[in-house]
Design a protein around this ligand. Sequence first.
Ligand code: NAP
Length: 408
Amino acid sequence: MAKELYELNEAIPTGEVPKKMYAMTIREDRFGEPKKAFQKEVVDVPEIGPDDALVLVKAAGINYNNVWAALGIPLNMVDVHRKDQNDQSGFHIGGSDASGIVYKIGANVKNVKVGDEVVVHCGMWDVNNADIKAGKVDPIVHVSNRIWGYEVNYGSFAQFTKLQGHQLLPKPKHMNWEQSAAYMLVGATAYRMLMGFPEHTVRKDDVVLIWGGAGGLGSMAIQIVREMGGKPIAVISEANKVDYCKNLGAIGVINRKDFNHWGMLPHWKDDAKYGEWLKGVRAFGKAIWEIAGKGVSPRIVFEHPGETTIPTSAYVVERGGMVVICAGTTGYNATVDLRYHWMHQKRLQGSHFANDAQATAFNNLVLEKRIDPCLSKTVAFDEIGDLHQIMYENKHPHGNMVSTVQVG
Ligand code: NAP
């Protein structure tokens, strides 16, 4: 018979599910700086449905999405749970990366069993939708798609997490719990961006420009491009990130602080300002050519900063190339000089997480020891808010950060 509540350092017999659990919650009256928004409390362990599984969380990865959840912008996630899923709990348990052990499965879950050691991908959708089942629509594009631990409650910042069975993939045997929790969200996202949009998948010798090369997404993107035989060029803002990116496989690194043409595109009728911008973006393009060779521009630009960088990305990508974007960390207004866009037949492609096949393909690269999880910092459960705070302040170390959860 399971106890009502186990401590974080106490062993919980496999398959025994207590009534209560420790969780790091966000509530609406605490929205703001992550260090204050996250607080530990005891809540009920969630019930699962026939397509779901309950996983004991050994370690949880930290991602930027729960910086947004803590701030309460652009969306109030507690309200999203209330209205979207009729979840009246009044709290948000974030966490979109985890490693752990399966403790309970629903009747329809066939890909795992109780006791399996797993990692979790964060893509959820209506698994019973007829179009998805028939393969007519990519599930991560379908209107029912949601991100576990962000748009859906009961993520990995708790002793137990509730998810759909198809989200579970084998944990790499050569990695510990913390390393295993570090890579999936950013890795599978980067994989879809780089391999999910034919004809613009990375080919041998393709130059790929990667913003935030030492960040979570960037560190995965550099390695994927390297593994596909491409030539990653990383952009960074601190000299101490250069060697880090090169060691991951970047053929060259550009410091964005050497340029100052950032921000929204000046109006094309404003000759003086536009001319100044053009000078800046051409200097940036020259820095790429100095690495890749004269006249060699990136076939793919890997974008996520958004507003401040997208005019540059759209300009420097080669004719017929693709700018692929999954976020707007600096803002959402994408300004593009359409003259270059249509005459040079460029593509601006949105991308959001990954489907099962892409998450599996990326996990296989990890299982084959071809991708390093880039784990840079591990903290105890109580410090989850602090890790989100340093991420919010862009003061976090290179790569990915993790919190331990159930250590017993
Ligand atoms: P991260 O680890 O913080 O890395 C982001 C990098 O962006 C930083 O290392 C920083 O590098 C760079 N950066 C910051 N400000 C910049 C600016 N003004 N111009 C250019 N680069 C700048 O975060 P992440 O995990 O890679 O995530 C990045 C964004 O993608 C977040 O908004 C996140 O929510 C989003 N995301 C979306 C999805 C999706 O599926 N849609 C998935 C994962 C992440 P330097 O300062 O060195 O340049």
